[in-house]
Design a protein around this ligand. Structure first.
Ligand code: FAD
Length: 425
């Protein structure tokens, strides 16, 4: 039994799973869950809404279904963390003091870093973005339908330079759209370009090789080292900054008005009829402004400073991070949260008992990569590339696109996800 005060920031996939686990595990603990939303969003369903396979309602459940008994649920937002004094300030001006803190706020979508872009534009002017929320997923579908009804033209699919949640989603959107274009019978009238700041399509080598080949076979043009910097919605033009060398830029560019742009940047303006925008992502601003943000290294200023294996904060041992907010090279998926939750539970309890945190997260990431409507690949991997993949379903060959993997994404993952929120499995 303990009287420790535990504050959990965020009650999404990670925070809700932790609330249930800790409520069950720790007799007498005073647990405060800070989550402003009444409704839980099953985000993996947004791609299925965007391709018309699901109705929006299928992704919604009241948070009250999942909040465990015996804990306190604050409907405020956290607005500041004073890590030295173990205090969190909430949006109503109140302060929550803690002995242990679990940061599970998810990540922030930084649409504002793309000039001219706002999530409110999604669904208009040929702009789609499956990330902006459930409504945007539906409006993305409409924008794709409108483009297809126009009968042709160029569509751009972008990726940002930051880590993203569900790294497969930007790619899935290109495949889903292509699948719909093919059904229209006018494939040859449409051009699809995939533009990414990276030299690769995906972090895992064999998935990268597979995707490059698939894109080439399908005639989706890959343009590497291209970062979306601005859009002009009315004119349907997007400006990309080329982040490679000037020599490479001259061989790669195909759009109009290539120029050595602002402050010597190499920019290219491309006309489109449809664009799928994936914004840069980071930890929420109030975390970036707190002492908990990474101070150096790869995640500096952008992500929570946690040990990627123990998920304990690198400087504040009473703080743990879980889910999309942590500084880690991969694993921003709900499937990763499932693997992280028992690790955070074990290490927080160890810390509480004055023991060393020994549980370790291996970076497990899983991504059902939709390659066509009705077909998917289940891609699984961890921090250690040598693991290559960690297949948990022996009947699915992860290197084969299959209907079985689609069924898994379409029907089976959601019940497993809700069980995770309840702290089971
Ligand atoms: P979230 O689930 O986003 O929850 C964060 C919570 O914190 C929210 O409830 C929010 O209201 C709350 N919050 C935010 N700020 C504050 C604050 N200041 N104070 C208090 N509370 C706050 N994963 C898969 O495993 N498989 C997939 O196929 C898949 N597909 C995806 C497709 C799309 C389009 C998207 C967007 C995501 C997909 N994911 C997928 C990723 C998955 O949804 C996330 O990785 C997962 O939800 C992360 O959980 P989290 O708790 O860290 O963040």
């Amino acid at each position: 039994s303990t009287r420790a005060r535990i504050v959990i920031l965020g009650g999404g996939a990670a925070g809700m799973a932790m609330a249930n686990r800790l409520a069950r595990r720790l007799d007498g603990a005073r647990i405060l869950l800070v989550e402003p939303r009444e409704i839980h969003h099953y985000q993996p369903g947004w791609t299925l809404v965007a391709c018309g396979a699901w109705q929006p309602e299928q992704t919604l459940r009241p948070n009250a279904d999942f909040v465990p008994r015996g804990i306190e649920w604050s409907r405020q937002s956290a607005v500041g963390i004073d890590a030295d004094n173990r205090r969190v300030s909430l949006s109503d001006g109140s302060i929550a003091e803690y002995d242990y803190l679990v940061v599970a706020t998810g990540l922030q979508l930084n649409y504002h870093l793309i000039d001219g872009m706002s999530p409110d534009l999604v669904g208009n002017h040929g702009i789609g973005s499956v990330y902006a929320g459930l409504e945007s997923a539906g409006r993305t579908r409409q924008a794709i339908d409108e483009w297809i009804a126009e009968g042709g033209g160029r569509g751009l699919f972008t990726a940002p330079a930051t880590p993203v949640k569900c790294a497969g989603a930007p790619i899935k959107m290109a495949f889903i759209t292509l699948s719909q274009i093919r059904k229209s019978g006018h494939r040859d009238d449409f051009q699809l370009d995939y533009l990414t700041p990276s030299q690769a399509m995906f972090s895992q080598p064999w998935v990268n090789a597979f995707l490059k080949q698939r894109f080439d076979e399908e005639g989706i043009e890959r343009r590497h080292q291209y970062q979306l910097s601005a859009i002009d919605p009315g004119a349907r033009q997007a400006e990309f900054t080329f982040i490679g060398s000037a020599g490479d830029f001259n061989t790669h560019r195909t759009g109009r008005q290539p120029e050595l742009g602002r402050e010597g940047e190499m920019t290219e303006v491309i006309d489109y009829r449809f664009i799928h925008v994936v914004p840069p992502m980071s930890a929420p601003d109030f975390i970036r402004e707190s002492g908990l943000i990474a101070k150096d290294g790869l995640f500096r200023g952008e992500w929570l400073d946690t040990d990627i294996h123990t998920l304990q904060h690198n400087r504040y041992p009473e703080v743990f991070g879980i889910g999309d907010v942590i500084g880690a090279p991969i694993n921003k998926t709900a499937a990763s949260v499932k693997a992280q939750a028992p690790v955070v539970e074990a290490n927080l309890v160890a810390q509480l008992q004055g023991l060393a945190p020994t549980a370790r997260h291996n970076g497990y990431t899983s991504c059902p990569l939709i390659t066509d409507i009705g077909k998917a690949m289940l891609v699984e991997f961890g921090y250690d590339n040598d693991m290559a993949f960690l297949p948990s379903f022996s009947f699915i060959d992860p290197k084969e696109e299959s209907w079985v993997a689609w069924v898994l994404k379409d029907y089976l993952l959601q019940p497993a996800y809700y069980a995770m929120l309840e702290g089971l499995a």
